[in-house]
Design a protein around this ligand. Structure first.
Ligand code: NAD
Length: 327
């Protein structure tokens, strides 16, 4: 019997080649875009696949898992976040779910810092200004921003990415770091002279920059809402490279418009790819299309890691990045 693997969208070749190497039949969706749920279900039902490599834009729920059927051993997500997959339902069906942790940590951390700099130094605004032909010579008050050195970065979610952002902020930019995480990290505090706050609220009140790095869970949905934005300093900035629904988008729009906070930079949106029109009308926000991990190097490594998880599952082993249900 031939072993069949379905990849829901074109990804870098490295992982696809790994999947083909043992002689497995690999089908990559040729649709130029995300498969609709009906398309995905139809493909899984007819294809009778042994493994699926899926993306964060694929919602893997009970109907999709049922369509995959008993032959399917694994859904390997091409992302570190896995909020798009009903992990508990997969577990009930003895289907592994895996993700791609670690290989994108540095890339997302670098990107988060670049968003902070773009925001405070107003780089997107400056670029628009020059292209619009408005630059008529150096001027002492032109497009003034503010700096990072000496400011306090508040990290919400001090996991792999949050800790790496903090590292760059302290070592690279002489910032101070405070953080909140459900797990306290004494070694990190010692190494970076970082301050722990016992709840999110105290990070928000004390930080000049707040950077969000929690996974999307029931407990983190709308973690940043109207009330929490009110706690932040008027001079503070919010950066979100985690998942859109962690920040209540309409509340962020209101806070930026009212001057409750000074600015924001976000790579992820609550209802992506839709974006609240209030956000696109404002100048004090930098908006990017969910590209924090988008480097050639990292996307290649993500495809290899997703493939490795599939190969292990198909060999009867527990995949190295198997994830457990949590809420
Ligand atoms: P991680 O699991 O290493 O870190 C997450 C941290 O959040 C952990 O330390 C955990 O204890 C903490 N946490 C969980 N619930 C919390 C809560 N309620 N309050 C405070 N802390 C809480 O994950 P990671 O590799 O650092 O990735 C973090 C997230 O970044 C991913 O889940 C993903 O959604 C997002 N991400 C986005 C992009 C992008 O393209 N924008 C790329 C990669 C990752």
């Amino acid at each position: 019997m031939v072993t069949k693997i379905f990849v829901t969208r074109k990804i870098p070749d490295a992982g696809i080649e790994m999947l083909k190497a043992p002689g497995y039949e690999v089908k990559v969706s040729d649709k130029d875009g995300v498969l609709t749920k009906d398309e995905l279900i139809a493909e899984l039902k007819t294809g009778e696949y042994n493994a699926v490599l899926c993306l964060l834009t694929d919602k893997i729920d009970t109907e999709v898992l049922d369509a995959a059927g008993p032959k399917c051993k694994i859904f390997a997500n091409y992302a570190v976040g896995y909020d798009n997959i009903d992990v508990e339902e997969a577990r009930k069906r003895d289907i592994f779910v895996s993700n791609t942790p670690g290989v994108l940590t540095e890339t997302v951390a670098e990107y988060t810092i670049s968003l902070m700099l773009s925001l405070v130094r107003r780089i997107p605004e400056a670029d628009k200004f020059v292209r619009a032909g408005e630059y008529h010579g150096w001027a002492p008050m032109l497009l003034m921003g503010s700096g990072l050195a000496g400011k306090t970065l508040g990290v919400v979610g001090l996991g792999r990415i949050g800790a790496r952002v903090a590292h760059h902020a302290v070592r690279g930019f002489d910032m101070k770091v405070i953080y909140y995480d459900v797990n306290r990290n004494a070694d990190f505090e010692k190494e970076y002279n970082a301050g722990y706050r016992a709840d999110v609220d105290h990070v928000l009140t004390d930080a000049d920059f707040v950077s969000i790095h929690v996974p999307l869970l029931d407990s983190t949905k709308h973690l940043i809402n109207d009330a929490r934005l009110q706690l932040m300093k008027n001079s503070a900035y919010l950066i979100n490279t985690s998942r859109g629904p962690v920040v209540e988008e309409a509340a962020l729009g209101r806070a930026l418009k009212a001057g409750t906070i000074r600015g924001a930079a976000i790579d992820v949106f609550e209802f992506e790819p839709k974006i609240d029109s209030l956000l696109t009308e404002l100048d004090n926000i930098v908006l990017t299309p969910h590209i924090a991990s988008a480097t050639e190097e990292t996307r290649g490594k993500m495809s290899e890691l997703a493939a490795q998880n599939i190969l292990e599952a198909l060999s009867g082993n527990i995949p190295p990045n198997v994830i457990q249900a949590q809420g």
